[in-house]
Design a binder for this molecule. Structure first.
Ligand code: PBG
Length: 355
């Protein structure tokens, strides 16, 4: 009888190399470092590429002429009067940045509980949008829809007996969105977190013929301490209490999906997560949940922390910024609002010819 070893016999424990030899063998077959060896290799297999086309630059506009006030807690960010803003936009568009988000600093005298100034068709934002569109017709202009910059209470809604009224506030937001659409805004971005506001705004825009004005919905907006410097910029901090009964609890992510579903059903074109860094997991969940573009807001506090550490010489600002924004995109964001937009554009170069 001819002896023929069975395949099973070949893999009996006697033939398995000892643990350390096995590790050496495996390493010789699988060496992930091969693809990290040179810059060209790393670039070729890179999974996430940040580009200037991904960015929206948030900007602050104020009354007056020749005003350019640096926000103390946001070094490198300014409040501009309209003339100065138009000058600055030469720089911004020259860098290849294709979109801005506008926020107004409103004088106290124009603030009231109902945020009446928010829908003045001659107000600061409609004027600014109109002027910007005349000079920069191709620049995407996105306006903030919320009451807080206009509210004497510093809240995103009308206050009654310490409560933020939902439906009464939505009625004002609708008027604000219509005023911005009329002025020429490409998109309106409700950042208030009132229930039902996306649907109400979509309906009103359509009824008035603004079917092409888009809605960038702040869908998962958290009650966050990271907004502090922004509230300095707009002098819009709440006069009492906090925003926890309308903005989301930082502990929740299932609820983010609920908010996203509602906003999509109501007509949102892009859904947003805000802030970005402490909520990368939420961005990822939403990415897996919907095929709408996802925006993430790299907010003022995230900006201020990097600027402060860099000013102390504790970190390499440019490297930190690129790593951070890439992580936001890797998590699933298609669009990033960031006060670093100009700095990034300087490093990456504009993508103007890609349009
Ligand atoms: C308010 C609004 C806030 C931001 C954008 N819109 C602050 C808040 O909710 O109090 C914050 C942006 C930032 O921190 O950069 N509607």
């Amino acid at each position: 009888m001819v002896f023929s070893p069975s395949p099973v016999a070949a893999t009996t424990p006697v033939d398995v190399p000892p643990q350390n030899e096995q590790a050496t063998l495996l390493a010789s077959v699988h060496r992930p470092r091969r693809l990290r060896r040179t810059g060209a290799l790393r670039r070729m297999v890179r999974e996430t590429v940040l580009t200037v086309a991904d960015l929206i630059y948030p900007m602050f506009v104020m009354e007056g002429i020749e005003q350019r006030q640096e926000v103390p807690s946001m070094p490198g960010c300014f409040r501009y009067s309209l003339d100065a803003l138009l000058d600055e936009l030469q720089v911004v568009t020259g860098l290849g940045i294709g979109a801005i988000a506008l926020f107004p600093l409103i004088p106290d005298a124009q603030k009231d509980n109902a945020g009446t100034e928010s829908y003045n068709p001659q107000g600061l934002i409609p004027q600014a949008v109109c002027a910007i569109k005349q000079v920069f017709p191709d620049l995407l202009v996105i306006t903030d829809i919320a009451l807080d910059p206009y509210s004497s209470m510093g809240h995103d809604g009308i206050v009654e007996n310490g409560e933020i009224l939902n439906d009464e506030t939505v009625a004002v937001l609708v008027k604000q969105a219509l005023a911005h659409a009329e002025a020429g805004a490409d998109m309106v971005a409700p950042s208030d977190m009132m229930d039902g506001r996306i649907g109400a705004i979509r309906q009103a825009l359509d009824a008035e013929g603004w079917v092409n004005v888009g809605i960038l919905a702040y869908s998962a907006k958290y009650a966050s301490a990271y907004y502090g410097p922004f509230r300095d910029a707009l002098e819009s901090a709440p006069k009492f209490g906090d925003k926890k009964n309308y903005q989301m609890d930082p502990a929740n992510s299932d609820e983010a999906l609920k908010e996203v579903d509602l906003d999509i059903a109501e007509g949102a074109d892009i859904v947003m997560v805000k802030p970005a860094l402490a909520y990368l997991d939420v961005i990822r969940c939403i990415k897996q949940h919907t095929n709408l573009p996802i925006a993430a807001y790299n907010v003022s506090g995230e900006y201020a922390m990097v600027k402060a550490a860099a000013a102390l010489g504790w970190i390499d600002e440019q490297a930190i910024v690129l790593e951070t924004l890439t992580s936001i995109k890797r998590a699933g964001a298609d669009v990033i609002l960031t006060y670093f937009a100009k700095d990034v554009a300087r490093v990456l170069g504009g993508g103007k010819d890609e349009a």
